[in-house]
Design a protein around this ligand. Structure first.
Ligand SMILES: [Fe+2]
Ligand SMILES: [Fe+2]
Length: 150
């Protein structure tokens, strides 16, 4: 992978992570009646902000400034705004989140395999991948719990 393609991919992650910070904060406000879910989404948003920061740092280490692309979430989940913001209920929201986290995981894995020996990048991509895996597991577990009550 050449430098230009690598930077393009990192900018995509950078943008995705920014979008996720905003999304999970909005969701946290939308599900206030379930305090555990609201608090978890708020905490996950903090972790996504760490990903924004570590992606920005990784891009700068390649000698360029990060560039925020537009909305990268809507094309991925293909859901209406109501579903993803939590207004259509927590189950649809969690399903959309799982789709999003799984896409991020696939792409982090793919990039890890392809970057080879860029050590600072290798470690940061692994860190983010594992966090996304933990988010996915929590969302899936919460979804199962909600489905068992309905
Ligand atoms: Fe993330
Ligand atoms: Fe995540």
């Amino acid at each position: 992978m050449n430098q230009k393609e690598l930077i393009a991919r990192l900018n995509w992650f950078y943008s995705l992570e920014i979008n996720q910070v905003d999304l999970y904060k909005a969701q946290s406000n939308a599900v206030e009646d379930d305090i555990y879910l609201a608090k978890t989404l708020s905490r996950v948003a903090v972790i996504e902000q760490q990903h924004v920061d570590n992606m920005a740092e990784a891009i700068k280490m390649l000698g360029v400034e990060p560039i925020k692309l537009g909305d990268v979430i809507s094309p991925l989940v293909g859901k209406t705004a109501g579903m993803i913001t939590g207004l259509a209920g927590p189950k649809l929201m969690l399903k959309a989140n799982i789709t999003l986290e799984e896409k991020a995981m696939r792409d982090y894995k793919d990039l890890i395999i392809r970057i080879g020996n860029i050590e600072h990048l290798f470690n940061v991509l692994w860190d983010n991948l594992i966090d996304e895996d933990l988010h996915t597991a929590w969302f899936a577990n919460k979804l199962k719990e909600l489905e068992s009550h309905s």
